[in-house]
Ligand binder design. Structure first.
Ligand code: KDG
Ligand code: MG
Length: 403
């Protein structure tokens, strides 16, 4: 029997911080898992190194489901992003190994192809409306069929999702949290006008998305959704902080704008009510934060029963290992909706060599056995970890708001 011989945890910052698990079997087969939890990276690295790696050694890498149950139930403490991100990394690495042993890409192990490509959405943003419109145009010219639009709110000089300059949007860019101003009234007055400007200029021949990023109360979210109905958004994302799941009933009562929620959640139990009560249209849980391929498949299957479709989180703080795993899963599941896609920085792609390819607004998985991603640990060593925090939002009176 093959057994797990080694499990290494790498923390490196090629472009941004990533935590990566590499498992090696007694037959010399390796598997990769992403364990990156933005702004709290070292907690997951320690969870893996200090608590999970000793449990992996000498176990059978083929028993993926059993390993999931062993690590989840064995912790006793339920859910939580740190535990679930660590379990995700082990689970994803074992799927990678199973694919390599079988000589099959992971999507084949998941039941094979349901579609020839995975439609993705790009992130357009602007410091003002003209530059947002230019950015939307750029993505449409690159062949994207779906674009998310975010513009800086003039009264506060910014907001979530707006790139500075031409580079990649990276909110965790400071050694201590950047405290940013927020004004809900200004946002509610402004955001609908630029979404309308996008539709006026480019029409309805592509999907338009918007991320509210947890900033509204339920009734504000209802007003917003109702106001933008004419824009026919593909979704409004995270309109309210979703710990309060009842809130979505109120939002639903007032608007038909579709709702996407789930990027901050880490288990099926966190999205159970949202799905079974049909309070959302898209579930945004991901491979890296929601228990790996095994558990995310379980969430997606529950969602399918309620015609809730998938829309996995895919910002750049999710490593190319997560992106590859997501594209395999998206390729296989019947209720795929859309995949978020922000191309990684060149330094990231120097360390993670991935076979995922973009063409015609879609991603396609690698045909290599496993996930189709290689990790260059020597290259990674050139990019040491850098302490980085996500920003914090403060209202104009100085009190803390949801970022
Ligand atoms: O680490 C946090 C980011 O991944 C998150 O803010 C990005 O909301 C996000 C999105 O929709 O990509
Ligand atoms: Mg989001």
């Amino acid at each position: 029997m093959s057994r797990i011989e080694r499990a290494e945890v790498f923390v490196a910052s090629p472009g941004r911080n990533f935590v990566t698990l590499r498992i090696t079997t007694s037959d010399g087969v390796t598997g990769l898992g992403d364990a990156t939890l933005n702004g709290r990276e070292l907690a997951v690295a320690s969870y893996l190194r200090d608590h999970l790696v000793p449990l992996l050694i000498d176990r059978d890498p083929a028993r993926i489901e059993d390993m999931w149950q062993f690590l989840y139930k064995g912790a006793y403490w339920r859910r939580g992003p740190v535990t679930m991100t660590a379990i995700s990394a082990v689970d994803t690495a074992l799927w990678d190994i199973k694919g390599k042993v079988a000589g099959l890409p992971v999507y084949q192990l998941l039941g094979g192809r349901s579609r020839h490509g995975v439609t993705v959405y790009a992130h357009a943003s602007g410091a003002d409306v003209p530059s947002l419109l230019d950015d939307v145009e750029r993505f449409l010219e690159l062949g994207y069929r779906a674009v998310r639009a975010q513009a800086a709110v003039p009264e506060v000089g910014g907001t979530y999702g707006v790139r500075k300059g031409a580079g990649i949007y990276e909110p965790a860019s400071t050694a201590l949290p950047d405290e940013q101003p927020w004004d809900t009234d200004a946002y509610l007055g402004f955001a609908p006008t630029y979404l309308e400007a996008v539709r006026e200029r480019f029409g309805f021949g592509f999907h338009l998305l918007h991320d509210v990023h947890h900033r509204l109360t339920p009734i504000e979210a209802a007003q917003f959704g109702k106001r933008v109905e004419g824009c026919r958004l593909f979704w409004m994302e995270d309109p309210t902080p979703a710990e309060n799941q009842e809130a979505f009933r109120l939002i639903r009562r007032h608007t038909t704008t579709p709702i996407a929620v789930g990027e901050v959640f880490s288990s099926i139990w966190d999205v159970q009510q949202l799905i079974t009560e049909q309070l959302i249209d898209y579930v945004r849980t991901t491979v890296v934060h929601a228990g790996g391929i095994t558990h995310l498949r379980r969430i997606f299957d529950l969602a399918a029963l309620y015609q809730v479709r998938t829309g996995s989180h895919g910002a750049t703080d999710l490593s190319p290992v997560t992106l590859a795993a997501a594209v395999h899963l998206d390729t296989a599941v019947p209720n795929f909706g859309i995949q978020e896609y922000m191309p990684h920085a060149p330094e990231t792609l120097e360390v993670f060599r991935s076979g995922v390819r973009f063409a015609d607004g879609m991603l396609v998985p690698s045909e290599e056995p496993g996930l189709g991603v290689e990790y260059d640990a020597e290259a990674a060593a050139r990019f040491p970890y850098q302490p980085r925090y996500l920003p914090v939002a403060r209202r104009l009176d100085g009190s803390v708001h949801d970022w």
